[in-house]
Design a protein around this ligand. Structure first.
Ligand code: PEP
Ligand code: MN
Length: 264
């Protein structure tokens, strides 16, 4: 794939004076919860409001998302707050429903990027879309799988692209939920310098008190943005409770981060 400036035009066109911010709950739980969090984020630096509605949990038996119903809630978020919306898609049906409901940004989760079959299905379903599509790294530290997934989308004529670094599974227990392997992110930037790269400190750390430090490392490495899970009552969230931050904490994190400017 050639490195084309057009891939990052969607980001440059936003004309931001801060890193791109994608925030919102891990999962849409109820209409009230989705709207409450959205209203507390609407006058902040948040550019896209995220909420997972199809939740690929590692083990069955946990909350698996509210499904297509959540798309209507995200539409209300857009109407009431003006924020753009984002959700995860993992198959053709998800893509069709998300596009019908005018979701602005679709992301591919780490458990989908590992499968070239899924990536090809998504590329076919998204062919020619003008929505933004971001690809999370696969759960395993395989750079070629990550790049290959993005190439499939690019080949299908999807031009508003980007990647999300959410860390990698390991057998060993570490302080991280998913180890960052920063070197791989640097190699990624080397290979696709024009592709926006967003960091997801929530899934890297698994713990809200580590979010700031990982975000700062990412910005020091010139990442283009952050995706941070945000919930009005994190401890009682239906998924990923330990890593979500409150809207107030998110605003504080964004204020305290040192942003590296081109001239630095
Ligand atoms: C998520 O963003 O909520 C999610 C499920 O992430 P990942 O695919 O990185 O595990
Ligand atoms: Mn999550």
């Amino acid at each position: 794939m050639e490195n084309k400036k057009e891939m990052r035009k969607w980001l440059d066109d936003l004309g931001l004076d801060h890193p791109l911010v994608i925030a919102g709950p891990c999962s849409a739980e109820t209409e009230e919860q989705v709207l409450k969090i959205a209203h507390s984020l609407k006058d902040t630096d948040v550019n896209y409001y995220r909420a997972g509605i199809w939740k690929p949990r590692t083990r069955p038996g946990n909350f698996e998302g509210v499904g297509a119903l959540g798309l209507k809630w995200l539409q209300r978020v857009k109407e009431e707050t003006g924020m753009k919306t984002a959700t995860e898609v993992a198959n053709r049906a998800h893509v069709e429903l998300a596009l019908e409901h005018d979701i602005d940004l679709l992301w591919v989760g780490a458990r989908s990027t590992v499968s070239p079959f899924i990536m090809q299905e998504l590329a076919d379903a998204l062919e020619g879309t003008d929505k933004v599509v971001l690809v999370k790294n696969p759960v395993n530290p395989d750079l070629a799988l990550w790049l290959g997934g993005i190439e499939r989308l690019y080949t299908a004529g999807i031009k508003k692209l980007g990647a999300i670094h959410r860390g990698f599974s390991t057998y060993e227990k570490t302080k991280y939920r998913n180890i960052p392997e920063w070197q791989m992110a640097i190699e990624f930037q080397d290979k696709f310098p024009d592709l926006p790269l967003i960091n997801d400190p929530s899934h890297i750390t698994g713990k809200r008190d580590m979010i700031f430090d990982v975000s700062q490392t990412a910005l020091d490495l010139n990442f283009d943005g952050l995706m941070i899970e945000t919930h009005h009552d994190p401890d009682n969230a239906w998924s990923d409770a330990a890593q979500q931050v409150t809207p107030d904490r998110l605003v504080q994190i964004m204020k305290d981060l040192r942003i590296r400017k081109e001239s630095d």
